[in-house]
Design a binder for this molecule. Structure first.
Ligand SMILES: [Zn+2]
Length: 298
């Protein structure tokens, strides 16, 4: 019986010790929580569908935790558009042939910042600044400053100025010492297609007819000055992401011409001279297609 209270008190001591450890852990969690909850999400610095290596190499990279974005497979990174990974104010700078070379710092709403270095071109001159949204183009990938090959040097910094050594981009965390191929899935869908039939065919073309298919619309246009018809299929799904789409045009008595492929925004334009002739036209998005009868003979 004497042993029971003793054992219980031992259990109590163990519980107290466990609680102390838990308390410590909780304290640590609370201490890091503000930075974690305040962190804004960053998209990829590249356009939808682009895949590049995020190389958080170590040791020797200055500052540690920076990402060097590099070519991946056959996708060369030189000249690629560099986009702000989150909104804020962008400051443009140029250190010539040293350090970052042409570079941009974006200060975000919570005081954190991102840096984009070794740019070939910048959308503003050094010394200037501009407000940017997530996805605003800042410049193009180059090899200016202390760089030996085209790549994008990218940093995420806390509001205190220190570098986040395990930055997260597009939902992918790239820990110190790792190299991960990151595919940009940003702006790939949901938004409206930036292209119009008039832009694709040319401003001199007037709309004649159109037909909906699942995931897009096929347009027939006509240029009264030249007698040419034009067909284009504009996607409304998978916008900015390569997917199957086609457009065709056939003048009665002639052969059909089809533009078919895996395109980001549209198929076509397919143009044929067809004054006073009937045309058959159509197109497809994925497995949904439209084919007209011979019509619009005037
Ligand atoms: Zn670097």
């Amino acid at each position: 019986m004497r042993s029971t209270p003793s054992r219980m008190s031992r259990i109590a001591r163990l519980a107290a010790a466990a609680a102390a450890v838990a308390g410590l852990t909780l304290t640590a969690a609370i201490a890091t929580a503000p930075a974690a909850t305040a962190a804004i999400s960053h998209r990829s610095p590249f356009a939808c569908g682009k895949t590049f290596y995020a190389n958080n190499w170590s040791p020797g990279h200055n500052p540690a935790g920076s990402i060097d974005w590099q070519s991946y497979g056959g996708d060369a990174i030189a000249g690629e558009s560099v986009l702000a990974t989150a909104g804020g104010t962008a400051y443009f700078d140029n250190e010539g042939s040293t350090s970052y070379g042409k570079w941009v710092k974006v200060v975000h709403s919570d005081g954190t910042q991102t840096r984009y270095a070794h740019l070939d071109t910048m959308v503003r001159s050094a010394g200037q600044s501009m407000a940017v949204s997530k996805g605003t183009k800042l410049g193009t990938v180059g090899s200016t400053g202390g760089s030996s090959a085209p790549h994008l040097h990218y940093e995420q910094r806390f509001s205190g100025g220190s570098v986040d050594t395990s930055p997260t981009v597009d939902g992918v965390t790239v820990p110190l010492g790792s190299r991960i191929a990151v595919a940009s899935n940003d702006d790939c869908g949901g938004s409206s297609n930036p292209y119009t039939p008039g832009e694709v065919c040319g401003s001199a073309f007037d709309p004649i007819d159109s037909a909906a298919v699942t995931g897009g619309r096929v347009h027939l246009m006509y240029n009264p000055a030249t007698g040419y018809n034009c067909v284009v299929t504009i996607k409304s799904t998978n916008i900015g992401r390569a997917s199957a789409v086609s457009a065709f045009l056939e003048v009665q008595g002639g052969t059909r011409t089809t533009d078919s492929g895996s395109y980001a925004y549209y198929a076509g334009p397919v143009k044929k001279y067809a004054p006073n002739a009937c045309v058959r036209w159509g197109g497809s998005v994925g497995s949904s297609s439209y084919t007209s009868p011979f019509e619009h003979c005037g």
